[in-house]
Design a protein around this ligand. Structure first.
Ligand SMILES: Cc1ncc(COP(=O)(O)O)c(C=O)c1O
Length: 452
């Protein structure tokens, strides 16, 4: 690649941070109202993180249904979801996921739900919606609220309707790598009017996040600078940035979201649709480039799912070692490809398994073979295609040949063989485009360095 490709879905610059600081202490309320309105929710609460928002939702439900103690969640998801369940003092039952969309398997959820189920948490992984319509039906039949986890999928739609609007409650995240990029934060949307009071009560017990903290603002300014593609390579070496730290601890103290972070959230929300649309175009180009590849299966995003491509999630037909080698090869090329996650939820040592927890083979298979490609906001379509092609080359090389030249004639031929015979005309056009990318990529990089 002509420049590194970080997994950053939305730009955030110094001017945004400063503008958020100047919004004043009322920014938290304004952000809550903007989130509420965008989702058509009854109420939105801005909280210190997505995981804290899950915790608050569970705490509220515990008060409403104290006799129910079990939470269903996918065995394959961000470990912070499992940590929030544990922190709420509940028993979690991991349900297997679908190998098509990498989300909760609907039939397995139906089989696992019963009258001890307090809630079902349904994350929309990597920006692609779970089948929320069927999950909602299942939840309604057994009287267990559905908590949609849209941390990775703000702005995604299922059947034309925004995710986060199907469940009784929903969670958003303002993490650095999320489609609604901010500086750490979360939102709890409440769609069921009967739950607003009890959630408001829980939130009122949380400490206030205040207006702004100088040290956090400085940290965020540093992150903005380090998010430029060429700086990102260095940023990954800085332990305090926790780049790629997948199993982060639960917040010791959930609190209300501080006003300046909420201000950043408001700025991100205004840009959400535009960047989601841009990344969806990039993601579709990558998907198209990979279509027909025998060993790389993309997360299903066909209608009625409208993914926001927080990342392009794939399942590779290879061993875990080979997948790890492919990941390293792409990283060596500056492409921030990542294997998510290192374990199924029930395999983490902080997890207390529910009685009768069985193995979840699909989750374990995804753990071993998943690879998520970055869908960087600053890419153009030829660059996105080059990322996909780099993956095909790394797969062909069995991951051993790090730094394979994705734009060289030799690699082109190999990648095309992977596709089982792509038309020469398309190949020629792709070569032309890639040649232009080198030039355009340099210029785009300069622009990025200034703006992010
Ligand atoms: C699916 C999912 N749920 C919840 C979270 C928690 O969000 P946060 O990092 O804002 O606590 C994350 C991200 O870490 C996530 O990926």
């Amino acid at each position: 690649m002509s420049r590194p490709i970080p997994a950053i879905p939305m730009p955030l610059g110094w001017s945004d941070v400063l503008a958020a600081c100047l919004m004043g202490p009322g920014a938290a309320q304004a952000f809550e109202e903007a989130c509420r309105e965008y989702h058509g929710a009854v109420k939105a609460f801005a909280i210190s993180s997505g995981r804290a928002a899950i915790w608050v939702a569970l705490q509220a439900l515990k008060r409403v249904r104290p006799e129910r103690t079990r939470v269903l969640l996918p065995a394959y998801t961000c470990p912070t979801v499992g940590r929030a369940v544990m922190a709420a003092g509940l028993s979690g039952l991991c349900v297997d996921v679908s190998l098509d969309d990498f989300n909760l398997d609907v039939d397995q959820t139906a089989a696992a739900i019963d009258d001890t189920t307090l809630a079902v948490i349904a994350p929309h992984m990597f920006g692609t919606p779970a089948d929320v319509v069927r999950l909602r039906e299942i939840c309604q039949t057994s009287g267990a609220p559905l908590i949609e986890d849209a941390a990775q999928a703000s702005g995604a739609r299922f059947d034309g309707r925004l995710v986060g609007t199907f469940g009784e409650m929903a969670v958003l995240s303002l993490g650095r790598s999320k489609s609604l990029r901010g500086c750490r934060g979360g939102v709890l949307l409440v769609n069921d009017p009967d739950l607003v009071g009890v959630v408001a009560e829980e939130v009122s017990h949380l400490p206030s996040g205040g207006w702004l903290s100088a040290s956090e603002v400085c940290r965020q300014l540093a992150i903005c600078t380090l998010s430029a593609p060429r700086m990102w390579q260095m940023a990954k070496q800085l332990p305090w940035l926790h780049v790629g730290a997948e199993d982060q601890e639960f917040d010791a103290k959930p609190e209300q979201l501080s006003a300046w972070k909420a201000g950043l959230g408001s700025l991100a929300l205004k840009r959400l649709e535009a960047y989601n649309a841009h990344r969806a175009r990039l993601g579709r180009s990558m998907d198209q480039e990979l279509s027909g590849a025998l060993r790389a299966h993309s997360q299903a995003k066909a209608s009625p799912r409208e993914s926001v491509y927080a990342r392009l999630a794939l399942r590779l037909d290879c061993s875990r070692d080979e997948r790890d080698a492919v990941e390293q090869a792409l990283q060596a090329e500056g492409i921030d490809a990542r294997a998510f996650y290192s374990r199924a939820i029930y395999q983490y040592n902080w997890w207390t398994p529910a009685p009768h927890q069985g193995p979840c083979p699909n989750a374990e298979r995804l753990v071993a073979t998943n690879l998520a490609l970055p869908v960087y906001w600053g890419m153009d379509e030829p660059e996105a295609e080059a990322v996909a092609r780099a993956l095909l080359n790394a797969l062909l090389a069995g991951g051993r040949r790090a730094g394979s030249a994705s734009t060289s004639g030799e690699s082109e031929t190999e990648a095309d063989m992977m596709h089982g015979g792509r038309s020469c005309a398309r190949r020629g056009a792709a070569n032309d485009q890639l040649a232009r990318t080198d030039d355009k990529g340099q210029r785009a990089s300069a622009a990025t360095d200034n703006s992010d």
